[in-house]
Design a protein around this ligand. Structure first.
Ligand SMILES: [Zn+2]
Length: 331
């Protein structure tokens, strides 16, 4: 009965109880932990899962279309030139100027951690057709437009309606199984763990990619330092929205089954799950007035605490023991 839905293992699996903590509802859910591949998975997917994605859910808050460098004095052409050089370095072909710039410019701070920590081989051009699956209102796509990309699409089934930005970024209210086309690059930024049909989704994504192009999957990782430390209060567990919490092994297995090759892995925790887990231990939900996400000045943390969480996350990232990772899969 208690069979792992990823590797099929039936023996030695354990059951854990996890509560809904982000919204503070406290509803209980059972998760199976596979003794073989390590994948943590919700035992039964709730029929009313939509109930746990309220209108104000964080990724559906509005997105903003500009990066603000006014303090740095970088504006107009100069800002665009430097940003595009960094984009070439991080996403395209290696270049000496970009590499030099990445080590120095304050602009590099506006690129996501998974881009900055390790230069991945994605070989994108500025006009590559890029799809963000489960993009919410599309903040990352808007940032990528500022980096210089011109062909950006997003889908998210939980949106109220399609969103077309003036700068050409197009977001459709759509699920991945209804998507068509051929893309140069597809990314899932913390959306794959919300999807019930894992292998079917990967197979569909592979059919949406041009040959030899790349899929990026960023997910929370089971078996991390944080999970061991916080157990059912581990914030990245996020019951019941997170249906699957993979290990490197279980994600590898799934990728292979779908015909992908895992070409690179980069760990990219930033300390967020650490302070959120600490809040859960103290009985503070993500939405509580005392939550750091609601008002840092009213939270239980000092700036030093938050800096410390980020520092530890960086050390754990280096050792591959943190709780978020980006997997690059080659089609
Ligand atoms: Zn398993």
């Amino acid at each position: 009965m208690n069979k792992c839905r990823v590797c099929g293992n039936e023996s030695g699996n354990s059951i854990h109880v996890a509560k809904e903590l982000q919204l503070g509802l406290g509803d209980e859910f059972q998760y199976l932990e596979c003794s073989k591949c390590g994948c943590l998975q919700i035992l039964e997917i709730p029929a009313d899962l939509w109930r746990y994605y309220p209108k104000h859910y964080y990724s559906y808050r509005s997105a903003s279309a500009t990066l603000d460098y006014s303090k740095s004095g970088l504006t107009g052409f100069k800002q665009r030139f430097l940003l595009h050089a960094l984009t070439n370095y991080y996403f395209g072909k290696k270049g000496f100027f970009g590499k030099w710039l990445a080590g120095r410019s304050i602009l590099s701070r506006d690129f996501p951690l998974w881009v900055r920590r390790q230069r991945l081989s994605l070989d994108l051009r500025k006009d590559s057709l890029i799809l963000d699956v489960g993009c919410g209102k599309g903040q990352l796509l808007l940032d990528m437009h500022a980096y210089g990309f011109t062909n950006l699409r997003g889908i998210d089934p939980f949106l109220d309606a399609d969103v077309f930005y003036d700068n050409g970024v197009k977001i459709y209210k759509k699920a991945v199984e209804n998507m068509e086309g051929k893309f140069d690059f597809i990314m899932l930024n913390h959306s794959f763990e919300h999807m019930p049909n894992q292998l079917e989704t990967l197979l569909k994504l592979r059919s949406l990619l041009k040959p030899k192009s790349y899929l990026l999957i960023r997910i929370p990782i089971a078996g991390s330092y944080y999970q061991r430390r916080y157990g059912s209060n581990w914030a990245a567990l996020d019951a019941p929205r997170h249906l699957y919490l993979h290990t490197r092994e279980s994600l590898n297995l799934l990728a292979t089954q779908a015909g992908f090759v895992v070409s690179e892995v980069v760990f990219d925790s930033d300390g967020f799950t650490h302070w959120a887990s600490e809040q859960y231990v103290a009985g503070i939900s993500f939405e509580d007035p005392r939550s750091y996400s609601v008002n840092p000045n009213n939270s239980i943390f000092k700036k030093d605490d938050i800096d410390g969480f980020a520092e530890l996350a960086a050390q754990l990232n280096d050792k591959g023991e943190s709780d978020c990772a980006a997997f690059v899969l080659r089609a």
